[in-house]
Design a protein around this ligand. Structure first.
Ligand code: FES
Length: 320
């Protein structure tokens, strides 16, 4: 759900946490609203000369009245991360108040936090809040290699050996085993790439635990295949629309004048989904809206995040 962007913040400082993750601090001009752990802020960005919105989790606790976000510069990006990286101290940017769809539920006997890559940003705040509350928890943080570990030192300093960094070039997290170790009434919070989210959902479901004790946050950007250009065909309209590697299907359709319905633009609400007629290639489902069975059936796809790895896809836009 997009938030109302009615505030202005001034960039106070930037700091590179890794070669591809930059922390940006900014001071709100309309007064500081303290964020709860797991909160995010929406920003107004310019992409290709057009205004757009990007959402970033706050790196808490922000107790000094300054908001902090960590932005990963994506190699294939629609332009949001490049815009955020272009901001220098003193730059002003429009943003929303903090909002939270990934808040911590208090009082569980144990928590398991699972982060992959830049998914550490909301999980960082959760870990600090749990440590402050004296809660029992562990944080498993998966990164490809040591150079990609952002906020590792800060976490180690604050939560000690409750942090376990797992480098995927050496080994993978055994998610099923970690869930087995969790208290029966314990809660799991996960934020990371779509593969990690899907694997976690599968393992959680196989464990028979209550669905409401699994909480996840998406950033809807990563898939099973690299982002490459392809074409959308709409037989009913006799149209063929090119989708560049750094552009979403939803953006390409809207820019081509197709009337679309959307909301989250993160693969969560399903509003942008269209029926698939034919695929020349593989559908890379990157949403968390459809179930595994629905994805396997390839009946529909979420155009805001999902892509095709191949030449083209034919879609039905009859209800648009
Ligand atoms: S707009 Fe919500 S899933 Fe695409």
């Amino acid at each position: 759900m997009a938030e109302t962007i009615d505030r202005i913040g001034a960039v106070r400082a930037t700091r590179d946490l890794t070669s591809s993750v930059r922390m940006i601090e900014f001071a709100p001009e309309q007064g500081f609203i303290p964020p709860s752990p797991g909160s995010h802020i929406d920003f107004s960005v310019m992409i290709g000369g057009r205004p757009d919105v990007r959402s970033y989790s706050l790196v808490g606790p922000c107790s000094d009245g300054v908001y902090r976000i960590a932005v990963k510069r994506l190699e294939v990006s629609r332009g949001g991360s490049a815009y955020m990286w272009s901001l220098k101290p003193g730059a002003r940017i429009a943003h929303s108040a903090p909002a939270n769809h990934f808040g911590l539920a208090p009082g569980r006997p144990e928590y398991l936090l699972l982060a992959g890559g830049i998914g550490i940003t909301p999980i960082f705040s959760h870990a600090l809040a749990l440590a402050h509350a004296g809660a029992r928890f562990r944080l498993l943080y998966a990164c490809r290699n040591r150079g990609e570990v952002a906020l590792g030192d800060e976490l180690r300093e604050r939560i000690g050996d409750r942090l376990e960094v797992v480098l995927s070039e050496q080994r993978r997290i055994d998610i099923a085993k970690e869930i087995d170790r969790l208290d029966a009434r314990g809660e799991l919070y996960v934020c990371g790439p779509i593969g990690m989210l899907e694997a976690t959902k599968r393992c959680w479901s196989a464990s028979g635990r209550p669905v409401d004790l699994l909480r996840f946050e998406t950033f809807g950007a990563s898939g099973q295949y690299p982002a490459a250009p392809f074409a959308i065909r709409i037989p009913r309209l006799g149209r063929e629309i090119a989708v560049a590697a750094g552009k979403s299907m939803l953006d390409a359709l809207e820019e081509a004048g197709i009337e679309m319905i959307s909301d989250c633009r993160r693969g969560e609400c399903g509003l942008c989904a269209l029926p698939i007629l034919e695929v020349d290639g593989v559908v890379d489902h990157r949403d968390v809206f459809f179930s595994d069975a629905e994805k396997a059936s390839n009946a529909k796809l979420c155009t805001c995040v999902s892509r095709v790895y191949g030449r083209a896809i034919s879609l039905d836009t009859a209800d648009r």
